[in-house]
Design a protein around this ligand. Structure first.
Ligand code: ADP
Ligand code: ZN
Length: 711
């Protein structure tokens, strides 16, 4: 619950409760799961206390985890209850799994040995226990034959012990011969895990340098100590390649944790993590809240990735919180990336983090040659988006039976649709955003609230038929252009809103890796982690796309994305090429990518941040105020602004209407707080919220510490 402290309850006679125990309690007219918190003053009249209903038969939440909950609540300026809610998301897992009923042979022989019975006896005789359906299936008979034998006392019903979802990882299952450089880095990581030193290591290395192979060694060390490990990954589509690689190294699959997990699997996984039966979890940001029995290592892969930032209810960055969890519980954390976040890089340079860097690609693989296509000199044909230079490069690539990737970070067919007659623009009713045409689905969709309507034939404003025109490119439209230009090539379009969801995506990614496609068109999704051996050309359709949106992180984001995308080429050796279409080829980010000069980029960007005291040299927080009535919302934002505590060093900017001024029917205003690095920002914010006017009605105030998004 969003309250400041814990609620008080009475303990019924005979119930023994300690801090950390999971309990069921009454709350208003409901019953909810809760955790017994550490001591706190009780100021409720004992006669009025309601009793705890029951205690779950589940290992208690460890003190470190409770401290973690409080730490996050304090840091993100939310309530501990809201953080705890993320841990209690699987209430059914709090009860032990109901034991499965099984059958075992008693030694009594059946009365009449029919053929069907004989078949069963052949299987049942080996001293193993069976489930009823399993035995019937194996023997090729119906379950009623098994029932008959049970009635006769030939088989008896027993409780099968619960079994771990996955076998334990086996360190010696499949070892990789590391290169001397990889070995050196792996040994250092192993040493950190071995001595169980809390502390953070940045493992930086260009795409394909073998970071995964190196951190597998750290995992092996962690398993050798009998401890559990967590690998955080930004994306679910990525996870399948990771799972396979892990399996071929350790002979067992890791447990997965993400939003698509089926309820039953979720329940079992959560439970077996608390009991320690599961040693390794690979999951997205929410896996950080799993109550491990004995966690010994967290790896954050692609640590710079925005997917780690949650911007809803509790605004947190899972990478930063992983570091905190490691500090509280006293184990090492490894952050991996080819393009670390500026914050991480600075921490490494200042020796707050240990710093390991892999400088070359593994084996024959070399980084692609990067060339910029100056779009002012090489414009595409009218209504098209590919320059003649990219078209020619694709031609040559597929003639060599290699693959080309075209990257465009825009889903759908076109980002804007308008009427050629009256100029009407299709806009979302609930958000200040254009509707994006999705031609496959024949809909216009809002990418902010998900609202979708069928694409009309006539303009709703002037009624003219068939005069709607698509403006700008999306991946679907680019697909059309490619199929037109290369009708005989096998083209695949990959985007996260594709029909068929994650399952289909995994199949498509596999197909690409096997060479079953010539040209791949994709959004952000294809930029990450995948290994496509045949890919030798990466074309970025609009390299400038992220540079113009004016937020303090635009340069960093664009650099990371472009580096990541072009890094898809040439993973298996041989020559490869990256082509960036740009209207501003002189831009420092674009030229750093061209020169493959990460250091130049980091140096410049870090200097710029230092000069303007932006993170990590200063602190930022955003306050987002939203409400259903524009005037009320704005006026609340203003009155809040006026009550902010006096300070000589903190700057408060705004309130300003948010760039995304309306989302889901709610008007949005933003305040931006800029404070020095050592300023106690959270305390200051809390005292402000305490003194300031209460938000009334439907007005909501959200705090975003270290904001990544400025819309
Ligand atoms: P990164 O995580 O840095 O992008 P990976 O660990 O994915 O790099 O390695 C890139 C590719 O090179 C993978 O296919 C991996 O199996 C292979 N590879 C890396 N190091 C070795 C090694 N020492 N022996 C065999 N294959 C390796
Ligand atoms: Zn919308």
């Amino acid at each position: 619950m969003p309250t400041d402290g814990a609620y008080s309850y009475g303990v019924p006679e005979g119930m023994d409760l300690k801090p950390g125990d999971y309990v069921q309690v009454p709350l208003g007219s409901r019953e909810v799961a809760a955790v017994v918190w550490d001591e706190q003053e009780n100021n409720v009249d004992p006669k009025k206390l309601r009793n705890v209903i029951s205690k779950f038969n589940c290992p208690p939440m460890k003190p470190g985890m409770r401290k973690f909950v409080e730490w996050i609540a304090g840091y993100t300026v939310t309530h501990p209850g809201m953080v705890l809610k993320m841990i209690l998301r699987v209430p059914t897992a709090l009860e032990p799994e109901a034991p499965q009923k099984g059958l075992a042979f008693t030694g009594t022989q059946p009365e009449r040995l029919t053929t069907a019975r004989k078949q069963i006896m052949e299987f049942a005789n080996h001293g193993l226990s069976w489930t009823k359906s399993g035995l019937a299936h194996a023997a090729g008979v119906t379950a009623s034959v098994v029932d008959g034998l049970t009635k006769q006392g030939v088989m008896e019903i027993i409780e099968l012990p619960s079994r771990p979802l996955f076998p334990l990882p086996d360190n010696s299952y499949g070892t990789t011969e590391l290169t001397p450089d990889q070995r050196e880095k792996a040994d250092k990581l192993r040493e950190t895990v071995k001595t169980n030193k809390a502390g953070v290591t940045l493992l930086e290395g260009i795409t394909g340098s073998g970071k995964t192979e190196v951190y597998f060694e750290a995992l092996a060390e962690c398993f050798a100590k009998g401890k559990q490990a967590l690998v955080l990954l930004p994306e679910i589509a990525l996870t399948s390649t990771f799972l396979e690689r892990f399996e071929s190294r350790f002979g067992a699959r890791p447990a997965e944790w993400h939003s698509e997990l089926a309820p039953k699997a979720r329940e079992k996984t959560w439970r077996q993590i608390t009991t320690g039966e599961l040693r390794i979890v690979a999951g997205t940001r929410s896996s950080l809240y799993l109550p491990f029995k004995d966690l010994g290592l967290i790896i954050v892969d692609e640590e710079h990735d925005l997917a780690y930032k949650q911007e809803d209810r509790v605004f947190y960055n899972a990478r930063d919180m992983a570091v905190v969890r490691g500090q509280i519980e006293g184990f090492p954390v490894v952050l991996c990336s080819a393009t670390p976040a500026i914050e991480t890089r600075v921490n490494a340079q200042l020796d707050r983090y240990a710093y390991l860097k892999l400088d070359s690609r593994y084996g024959e693989a070399v980084l692609p040659d990067i060339d910029i296509v100056d779009m002012r000199k090489n414009p595409p044909a009218r209504g098209k988006f590919l320059s003649p230079i990219i078209i020619k490069a694709i031609e040559e690539t597929i003639a060599r039976k290699e693959q080309a990737l075209l990257f465009l970070n825009r889903r759908g067919y076109a980002p804007l649709t308008l009427c050629r007659v009256c100029g009407h623009r299709f806009e979302c009713n609930n958000c200040s955003a254009w509707l994006v045409e999705h031609r496959f689905r024949k809909t216009l969709q809002c990418h902010h609230c998900g609202d979708a309507r069928p694409t009309p034939e006539a303009c709703p404003e002037c009624g003219t038929l068939d005069h709607l025109v698509a403006c700008g490119p999306g991946v679907e439209r680019l697909g059309e252009e490619v199929i037109d230009a290369f009708p005989d090539a096998r083209t695949i379009i990959l985007s996260s809103d594709m029909a068929g969801g994650v399952k289909r995506m995994r199949l498509e990614l596999d197909a690409i890796a096997k060479g079953e496609a010539d040209i791949i068109i994709g959004t952000q999704l294809v930029a990450k982690g995948h290994n496509f051996p045949l890919m030798t050309l990466v074309g970025v359709v609009d390299a400038d796309l992220g540079l113009s949106n004016g937020d303090p992180r635009a340069a960093e984001r664009t650099f990371q994305l472009l580096h990541q995308v072009t890094g898809r080429a040439g993973r298996a050796g041989g020559k490869s090429q990256g082509l960036l279409q740009s209207y501003q080829p002189e831009h420092p980010v674009i030229s750093a990518i061209k020169a493959a000069d990460s250091e130049a980029f980091y140096e410049r960007e870090i200097d710029a941040r230092r000069l303007s005291s932006l993170p990590p040299f200063g602190r930022l927080a955003a306050i987002i105020i939203s409400g259903q009535d524009r005037r009320e919302t704005e006026s609340y934002a203003r009155s809040l602004r006026q009550t902010c505590p006096k300070s000589d060093t903190v700057r408060v900017l705004g309130p300003a209407e948010a760039p995304l001024a309306m989302v889901r029917g709610r008007y949005r205003f933003r305040l931006l707080i800029h404070a020095p690095r050592n300023f106690a920002l959270q305390d200051w914010l809390r005292s402000w919220f305490k003194e300031g006017p209460r938000p009334r009605g439907n007005i909501r105030v959200q705090t975003d510490i270290d904001p990544q998004s400025f819309v």
